[in-house]
Design a protein around this ligand. Structure first.
Ligand SMILES: Cc1ncc(COP(=O)(O)O)c(C=O)c1O
Length: 420
């Protein structure tokens, strides 16, 4: 690794200087962005491997290019590991990202004009679940269910009613900002009642599922998509799991339907990720992510902050800042100035625009990877509350930034990554 880094610094000092600055930012910042994490050195090495040089259009043993023996081996390893870890019938390891995985599923199982029933974006869903500017919203009829204003939970009776009224061909559950478990068996029953396929987009929580710290939707769903860079702690990317009956359609939709040559370096990193995710250490990690998020939720609530749905079952919290009359944008900017990185996030029934918002989303996956225990997570939540309580105070900001610096120094990241 260090020889490769040295080459980078010698070949392109300008790019390398930017990487050095980003390395410093990551080392000196607390990441509470729920969708971010730190890939291990082994995964970074795989992503930087010379598998990036190879074209391998097709699938293992069915390639359009010669010389793909090791590409077959590495992709098959990723597929076999995913089958073993998730207990699924078929795996496609090629999607470049979560959005591509979802789009491939739609292409595989729907015709343009067919109906998808999914969670409202403003209630925690994802743009690839039917936003009008996304290809999903342009090609398909979209019907959305939402969360209850009081409980913040998905209204399953509404899902059932909308399914009966619109008879979707595909029902999607899964979210970017939903802090609770999904009622998977109820979704399955509703899908069966109207003859729909059921897809779980587990982009956010697949690492918790791998680590057995979250209910497993795989046995109940026809299709499961996920991203590999969030709680899975792998390289940026997407994957699809499905029943054998859909395997051919899924593979055809990913390639040649959506993509050209697979990113073989990325698929190698996915294989490494799956080995890591099957380890006892990862199981502990997943449990710790949930414990840390719960501790952060309890701390913020004790400090007077309202959480959408009243808490969390998973790795994320959605703080509703309307009672404090501060915007998500101002809160996120103040936290960043104090060394804590979060994202502004709309809360259900938000009246502010997505660029302003009335909430922030916090998550525990990155700090847990960094080794933060419950006490440290509690301290971090108190620091967040300190900043939010004193949004315009440079004194508080500087004090918090000092504590953040101490915490970061006590939990070093990527030692030896840059050449000395
Ligand atoms: C629920 C959900 N699905 C899909 C995606 C898309 O993943 P990507 O950014 O890799 O395209 C995300 C990303 O945030 C997500 O939260």
């Amino acid at each position: 690794m260090s020889a490769l880094m040295k080459a980078l610094f010698e070949t392109d000092p300008a790019s390398a200087a930017i990487l050095a600055a980003e390395t410093q930012r990551q080392r000196e910042t607390l990441v509470l962005i729920a969708s971010e994490n730190y890939a291990s050195p082994a995964i970074l090495a795989a992503q930087g491997s010379l598998f990036c040089n190879k074209y391998a259009e097709g699938y293992p043993s069915r390639r359009y290019y010669n010389g793909c023996q090791q590409e077959d081996a590495i992709e098959q390893l990723a597929i076999d590991r995913a089958k073993e870890l998730f207990g699924c019938e078929h795996v496609n390891a090629q999607p470049h990202a979560g959005a591509q995985a979802n789009t491939a599923v739609y292409q595989a199982v729907l015709q343009p004009g067919d109906t998808i029933l999914s969670l409202e974006l403003a209630h925690g869903g994802h743009l690839s679940h039917g936003m009008k500017l996304n290809i999903s919203g342009q090609l398909y009829q979209i019907v959305h269910y939402g969360v209850d204003r009081a409980s913040g939970r998905i209204v399953m009776d509404q899902v059932a009613e909308l399914a009966a009224a619109h008879r979707p061909k595909l029902i999607v559950f899964g979210a970017s900002a939903y802090p609770r478990h999904f009622e998977v068996e109820r979704f399955r029953a509703i899908a069966d009642s109207v003859g729909a396929l059921l897809m779980a987009d587990m982009a956010h929580v697949m690492g918790l599922i791998a680590g057995r710290a979250h209910p497993d939707p795989v046995p109940f769903c026809d299709l499961v998509t996920f991203t590999t860079h969030k709680t899975m702690r792998g390289p940026r990317g997407g994957m699809i799991l499905c029943r054998e009956a859909l395997a051919k359609d899924i593979d055809r939709a990913v390639f040649p339907g959506q993509q050209g040559g697979p990113f073989m370096h990325n698929i190698m990193a996915k294989a490494v990720m799956l080995a890591e995710a099957a380890s006892p250490a990862f199981r502990q990690y997943a449990a710790d992510v949930v414990t840390n998020a719960a501790a952060m939720a309890a701390t913020l609530q004790a400090r007077g902050y309202a959480l959408c749905s009243g808490g969390t079952d998973n790795h994320l919290l959605l703080v509703d800042l309307r009672p404090q009359e501060i915007t998500g944008r101002d809160a996120a900017n103040a936290l960043e100035a104090a060394g804590i990185c979060v994202n502004k996030n709309g809360v259900p029934f938000d009246e502010r625009s997505p660029m302003v918002t009335s909430g922030i989303r916090l998550g525990s996956p990155a700090i847990t990877t960094r080794g933060f225990n419950v006490d440290a997570a509690t301290l971090v939540a108190n620091l967040v509350a300190d900043v939010l309580d004193n949004l315009d105070s440079p004194t508080v900001r500087d004090r918090v930034r000092g504590t953040v610096a101490e915490l970061c120094a006590a939990h070093p990241l990527y030692d030896g990554y840059l050449p000395a």
